[in-house]
Design a protein around this ligand. Structure first.
Ligand SMILES: Nc1nc2c(ncn2[C@@H]2O[C@H](COP(=O)(O)OP(=O)(O)O)[C@@H](O)[C@H]2O)c(=O)[nH]1
Ligand SMILES: [Mg+2]
Length: 317
């Protein structure tokens, strides 16, 4: 199985793994319970609001890695009534995913105008409502809600991610071969029309920048990802819109986490309309947020204080 390791040069973040802790080769990291500070300026539409950050500080929970880590699938969904039901049902029935210790499927309804929430719930997902729009915000709300999961498997709700490959991505983290596992669509088989030329071009530029700036050898900013929940929380995510995936990658690289990319197959969305790459406005917005996030965390470093658990829950749709 071809893999790309994208080790950063920066201090390693110490994170829990099934086999204990990842060590910290530099002085910047002391032990596993690591919270991160950021050099990024605070405020701005795409960042966490002050109440969100305060919420986060209200509650602290220490979690030890479990012998048998549980996986939660998190699907951000905005107006995906035409696709999300089939994807949830398929995931619940898929042999490779069923073979995982799957705790739950969380669909985050991101202020949909359609029946996304009802359709997802009828298909067997747990539905969490995050009415404030934003891809990253939806992913973050799902991560918060999946509080009993050790590993988060992030995938889109439109049926485009391949479920067999999704299980392979999750396994990389479960088997402690990766701290962040990412599915690369550009290295996999892409159904015709599933990736637009502008998506391919944007990915090429963004990943080239990552390589030049951070030495990260990745080929795609794909949505199919697995990461330990605690690791994600320690990354102290700030980009609440399209910069989310980029921020995760930049910070993981800066922290020296083991990033493993595997080729994944990618399908056309099962129904409904694209919000990002299928529209000019979405493409420009996403391109801009990706560029900002690529540069914003260039000096970011993990700090050695304890991580804090964000307040769990959020209203149910
Ligand atoms: N664009 C966008 N997508 C969101 C949001 N919240 C959740 N999503 C989901 O993010 C995923 C990717 O969006 P999609 O429209 O498929 O973008 P595309 O794959 O570039 O065409 C889908 O599952 C969306 O439903 C949001 O606020 N904005
Ligand atoms: Mg899509």
């Amino acid at each position: 199985m071809p893999m790309v390791n994208a080790y950063g040069h920066a201090p390693r973040l110490s994170v829990p793994t099934q086999r204990g802790e990842l060590s910290a080769p530099t002085s910047a990291t002391t032990n596993i319970r690591t919270t991160i500070t950021t050099d990024a300026t605070e405020g701005g539409g795409a960042m966490l609001t002050l109440p969100e950050r305060l919420d986060r500080e209200e509650r602290e929970e220490t979690r030890q890695p479990r012998a048998n880590p549980r996986v939660a699938i998190v699907m951000p969904a905005l107006n995906e009534a035409a696709a999300v039901g089939a994807q949830v049902r398929a995931a619940l029935a898929h042999p490779a995913l069923r073979a995982l210790p799957l705790a739950r499927i969380v669909v985050v309804d991101n202020g949909s105008d359609d029946a996304t929430a009802a359709v997802a719930r009828a298909a067997g997902a747990e539905v969490v409502s995050e009415p404030r729009r934003g891809y990253g915000r939806a992913c973050f709300a799902g991560a918060r809600a999946a509080h009993d999961a050790d590993i988060l498997l992030l995938m889109d709700a439109d049926g485009s991610d391949d479920l067999t490959d999704a299980a392979r991505v999750a396994r990389l983290v479960m088997d402690d071969q990766a701290d962040l596992a990412i599915g690369s669509r550009t290295r996999g088989r892409v159904e015709s029309g599933a990736l637009t030329p502008q998506q391919r071009a944007g990915n090429a530029v963004a990943t080239l920048l990552m390589r030049l700036l951070y030495g990260a050898r990745v080929s795609d900013l794909g949505p199919l990802r697995a990461i330990r929940r605690e690791t994600l929380l320690a990354l102290d995510m700030r980009e609440m819109t399209y910069g989310w995936s980029t921020e995760m990658l930049v910070k993981a690289t800066r922290a020296g986490l083991r990033i493993v990319e595997i080729p994944v197959n990618y399908h056309r969305r099962a129904g409904g309309a694209s919000k990002v790459s299928g529209t000019l406005a979405g493409t420009l917005r996403a391109g801009w947020r990706i560029l900002v996030a690529t540069l914003r965390y260039a000096r970011w470093r993990p700090s050695a204080s304890r991580p804090r658990e964000p307040r769990v829950g959020g209203s149910r749709a």
